[in-house]
Ligand binder design. Structure first.
Ligand code: SF4
Ligand code: SF4
Length: 488
């Protein structure tokens, strides 16, 4: 019997966050509304609806309840019984003003939500959070009529553009599948030569997308958080790095990867196919010994080594790779900075170059985490040298945590957070991955790439704002540029 071929896909469906939507505009309805319902017909986004509960109450309750009444049938509704309009669902409003124009008595108005710009912190602004919330709500790609509204220049991710040189080829349409683009990635050591004896093959694991969850660094609230993340990772064929055990037999979930700083081997490590050794708190000169200590107890298992992202440690990363480490997880700050102060993307390019020079880059898998909070960050991080990204803060944003402080080592929640209904929490994370995968496919298609694994370190497919800016300014003589304010 031949196995059936299944194309990888992420099943998305609407899972709106009703507890704490962030919205830009408040729709106001004045008391002199005559309940005509015109606004309900006018609005394409279901902002205006009638009070359903009130309608059901009237239909099921007789209008007259005289003791001598023999009939319990409800009275027919008159136009006076039509339920009143419910409070507008302002979070659905797109500011088209149609209902305001159509209201016959001028009872509707729109005003700015003063709460809108108070989300996130001084680094992550409301717009970034609302994009993630939309993606988790719907699983769709956010599209604005006026095109991309973000910055086209700046530092870090903002200073990188992707080379869409094949955007004119409609056949490379990864989202709709006319030409298949693979987003599968293999974690683990890649042998330098073809192996005759397959029993010598190093442990590796294939995942459906170059994104995993990093729950190990998240604050452990609410208690169900890890269960939701694990459910989402299992159903999307990816992995979750996690610190705390779940229930009595924690690591039976095949998508869970136990992350621990303990280099000696607790009993359960020996039965795991994959685990993570967190070296964050240890001196770099101890890293190799710690890895050997853990590895010797379970040499067949895939062991991820987690270390801080820091360009001053490139030689140590190289030594680890040469010694046989299969997968290196480099962790940046919550704001995407390396310990040396460089942005994650700049640091990663230097590290990737060093590993290439050392002749080991193709053998090792690089996972990068910290500050990856938008769909566009994924391809940009891959192009800078990562094979896989690990998502953390974006998980909390998707689940509705909108007030936090990302400035320190530990992420702090600074405001009230009403997590979503547990029935939809995992679906929201699947939606986020589905939306980000679709956006990755768009970029891969436009770059003419059919396999995401080819993007790792493909710096030639990036345009750097800093370099282009220098090149452009070089077209003018210094005196000319100095005289003309247009050239800065
Ligand atoms: S302004 Fe447009 S989107 Fe907003 S409530 Fe009115 S009709 Fe609906
Ligand atoms: S159109 Fe105006 S008057 Fe009619 S229900 Fe809507 S708000 Fe009320």
């Amino acid at each position: 019997m031949t196995a059936r071929f299944h194309r990888y896909r992420i099943a998305t469906r609407n899972a709106p966050l009703t507890a704490a939507p962030i919205f830009r505009t408040i729709v106001n309805r004045a008391d002199f509304c005559i309940n005509c319902g015109i606004c309900q017909s006018a609005c394409p986004y279901d902002v205006h609806e009638r009070q359903v509960a009130s309608l059901e109450l009237r239909v099921s309750s007789p209008k007259t309840s005289a003791p001598d009444s023999l009939s319990s049938n409800p009275q027919p509704l008159s136009w006076l019984d039509v339920p009143k309009m419910a409070d507008p669902k302002s979070h659905n409003c797109t500011n088209c003003f149609h209902c305001v124009n159509e209201c016959p008595v001028g009872a509707l108005s729109l005003s700015g939500n003063p709460d809108f710009h108070t989300q996130g912190d001084d680094f992550y602004k409301t717009e970034a959070i609302t994009a993630v919330i939309f993606e988790a709500d719907s699983g769709r790609v956010p599209v604005s009529g006026a095109g991309y509204r973000g910055p086209f220049a700046g530092e870090g991710f903002d200073g990188i553009w992707t080379d869409m040189s094949e955007i004119v080829r409609p056949t490379r349409d990864g989202i709709h599948g006319r030409e298949w683009i693979s987003t599968a990635v293999t974690l683990g050591r890649r042998p330098k030569w073809a192996l005759i004896n397959q029993s010598e093959a190093p442990a590796n694991i294939e995942i459906g997308i170059p994104m995993i969850f990093n729950a190990a660094d998240l604050p452990a609230v609410p208690p169900e958080l890890l269960d939701w993340i694990l459910k989402a990772s299992l159903e999307t064929q990816t992995l979750t790095l996690a610190r705390a055990p779940i229930g009595k037999e924690p690591w039976k979930n095949p998508s869970a990867v136990l992350s621990s700083a303990d280099a000696s081997l607790p009993e359960y490590f020996s039965s795991l196919k994959i685990s993570e050794l967190d070296l964050t708190g240890r001196a770099p000169d101890q890293w190799l010994d710690c890895w050997r200590q853990r590895k010797k107890h379970n040499p067949k298992a895939l062991l991820i080594v987690k270390a801080p992202l820091d360009t001053r440690l490139v030689k140590t990363y190289g030594q680890l790779a040469l010694a046989g480490v299969e997968t290196l997880h480099l962790r940046g700050s919550w704001r995407g900075l390396a310990l040396c102060g460089k942005h994650l993307t700049d640091a990663l390019r230097l590290i990737d170059d060093h590993l290439i020079d050392a002749g080991v880059r193709d053998e090792i898998t690089l996972i990068v985490s910290g500050g990856i909070t938008a769909a566009e960050h994924v391809p940009k991080t891959l192009l800078c040298g990562a094979d896989v990204v690990a998502l953390d803060l974006a998980v909390l944003m998707a689940l509705g945590a909108t007030r936090f402080d990302s400035s320190g080592k530990t992420l702090k929640l600074t405001g009230p957070w009403l997590p979503p209904d547990p029935k939809i929490a995992a679906q929201r994370l699947k939606n986020l991955l589905g939306s980000w995968r679709d956006q990755l496919l768009e970029i891969l298609g436009a770059m003419g790439m059919r396999d995401v694994q080819r993007t790792a370190g493909e710096t030639g497919r990036m345009l750097l704002n800093e370099e282009l800016d220098k090149e452009f300014r070089g077209l003018f003589s210094p005196a000319q540029a100095a005289d003309d304010p247009r050239y800065g």
